[in-house]
Design a binder for this molecule. Structure first.
Ligand code: NOJ
Length: 547
């Protein structure tokens, strides 16, 4: 298997990236138009979230036809042009394969509910009576995870929205259909794939209620998931391509298996535990300040254990499902620039393949919408209603949605200060936040002190220094709560990365005299306050020193 240790991936949410035809939706041509910007950033791959034909109930993660471009994004010719132009700039294209479920608008599902037994076997259908769902499992978007179809007297499983029906991977015909989809896109010259919630595909043989949870323990990293992945990869010949699996509520042991090259499954995995550190009692809709100790501890565990097991992490702090990192763990105001750079440094200097989510490289913020009607995301709208039913008032519910909504990172890319921040000449599909014009690509592109310039530098350093792409990693735990400190080691070199996650200045003692080292990167524009064996770190200050 190839490795992707010195590569960086840029994630594009096409609906909000760049619109070339003025309909308020980003499109494939818009991505092609911005390839020079991406090349200049230094990234190697773009992962484009689904642009296939879809009713868009879950913004394209509900696919009705896996082989067709949804016309709102353009045409197949636009896709071919994009791939060609990307290749000409040495940028690979990664597609998002949503194989746990299809839209209920997919032909397979329509034929199933029309009574065709053959297609009923494509999904998780169970015979039953209308008032008793097969289990008490909870959908990840709220409510029971089963829906009844009266005409055929069967329930179907949907771990996500009611319009996203879970596929039956037990059926070899389903597995063959999915392999054929990969082969179809492979033949179009794509470089790799991201697999949506791929660790949920193998459901247990017998269905039972979950008396202590929402059901996830029965189907997460399920009984045959590794077998199915091995088969998918071998039969489509994608071992040498860049592949990443999105792993919901997974474990380190499973991620080692998914990404250890000897297993011939995937090149790397996304896990999310480090982003649940502000969920009170593990509940996304229950707010608490983020737990810095848990945040560091989780990175320590995942980084060190994945290294020991020869697994490989995809590194990220934000994506199209997460709030903006500066708003979430940083400081939007006084230390906006420093905190955005700090979190970028933490991610890009760790062991793994970094992912940059559109807008992160300029420090975009959460929406701060003032009305629930400004939100579009199905999960946010469902949970707003659930929170109200639970007794929250409208302000409280809105406050929670403001902090947790997936729309926080789905608003349009802020290119410049023209109308609609240069995203579209039409009416954007979702409102642009009020702060929009104050944070744009155009205001940062020529500023060497900008967040954008910092990302460029981090991406370039990974290619320049093998210690960043290849080095081992260990974390210091005997440091103050707000300090994150880890070392990368390769042969006789050592890279010290030290950051202040907090808003107060903090002094730390370091074991080596860092004064003798070379400062590779620093997120403040003036000197580092470094003495023989002590270091004074200002709010959100980060530095990396090579010894
Ligand atoms: C994970 C995707 O990232 C998310 O956006 C989507 O809603 C779910 N999977 C369901 O496909």
């Amino acid at each position: 298997m190839l490795n992707f240790k010195d590569k960086v991936v840029y994630q594009i949410y096409p609906k909000s990236f760049y619109d070339t035809n003025g309909d308020g939706w980003g499109d494939l041509k818009g991505i092609t138009a911005k390839l020079d910007y991406l090349k200049d950033l230094g990234i190697d791959y773009i992962w484009i979230t689904p642009f296939f034909t879809s009713p868009q109930r879950d913004n394209g993660y509900d696919i009705a036809d896996y082989r067709a471009v949804d016309q709102r994004f353009g045409t197949m010719a636009d896709f071919e042009e994009l791939t060609k132009e990307a290749k000409a700039r040495d940028i690979g294209v990664m597609l998002d394969m949503v194989f746990n479920h299809t839209s209920t608008e997919h032909q397979w599902f329509k034929r199933a509910v029309a009574g065709e037994k053959e297609f009923q076997d494509y999904y998780k259908f169970v015979d039953g009576e209308p008032d008793s769902p097969p289990t008490n499992w909870v959908s990840k978007f709220g409510g029971n995870a089963w829906e009844y179809v009266p005409t055929i007297k069967k329930w179907y499983l949907h771990l996500f929205d009611v319009t996203q029906a879970d596929l039956n991977w037990e059926n070899p015909r389903v597995r063959q259909e999915l392999k054929d989809i990969i082969l179809f896109w492979k033949s179009k010259g794509v470089s790799g794939f991201r697999f949506d919630v791929i660790n949920l595909i193998s459901k247990p043989d017998s269905l039972q209620n979950d008396d202590i949870g929402d059901g996830r323990r029965f189907y997460t990293d399920g009984p045959k998931v590794h077998q199915y992945l091995k088969e998918l990869v071998a039969d489509t010949g994608i071992e040498e391509m860049i592949t990443v699996g999105e792993m919901s509520s997974t474990s380190i042991d499973n991620c080692i298996k998914y990404s250890n090259p000897d297993e011939k499954e995937l090149a790397m995995t996304f896990s999310f535990h480090h982003l649940k550190v502000d969920y009170k009692d593990g509940d996304k809709w229950s707010l608490m300040p983020y737990d810095k100790i848990a945040f560091k501890q989780l990175f320590k565990e995942w980084q060190e254990k994945m290294t020991d097991g020869n697994g490989w992490n995809a590194l990220f702090l934000t994506n199209h499902d997460q709030p903006r990192i500066v708003s979430r763990f940083g400081d939007e105001k006084q230390y906006w620039r420093e905190s955005a750079k700090l979190f970028a440094g933490v991610i890009h200097l760790m062991r793994g393949t970094p992912y940059v989510y559109q807008g992160e490289e300029i420090g975009m913020l959460n929406t701060h919408f003032t009305d629930i009607n400004q939100y579009k995301d199905v999960e946010s709208l469902n949970y707003y209603n659930i929170l109200m039913e639970q007794g929250k008032n409208a302000n409280q519910a809105l406050d929670i949605i403001n902090q947790r909504s997936r729309d926080n990172c789905r608003t349009p890319m802020q290119w410049d200060t023209s109308e609609n921040d240069g995203f579209t000449t039409g009416k954007p599909w979702i409102e642009i936040p009020e702060y929009g014009k104050s944070i744009t690509v155009s205001s940062q592109i020529n500023d060497e002190n900008s967040i954008l310039a910092f990302y460029k530098k981090l991406i370039a350093l990974r290619k320049q220094y093998r210690i960043i792409s290849e080095g081992n990693i260990s974390f210091d735990i005997a440091v103050p709560e707000q300090i994150i400190s880890f070392q990368r080691k390769l042969e006789d070199e050592c890279l010290y990365v030290i950051g202040n996650l907090g808003e107060t200045e903090t002094q730390i003692i370091v074991s080596e005299s860092l004064t003798k080292g070379q400062l590779l990167i620093h997120n403040y524009s003036d000197d580092v306050n470094i003495m023989e064996k002590t270091l004074n770190l200002r709010p959100y200050e980060l530095l990396a020193i090579l010894l």
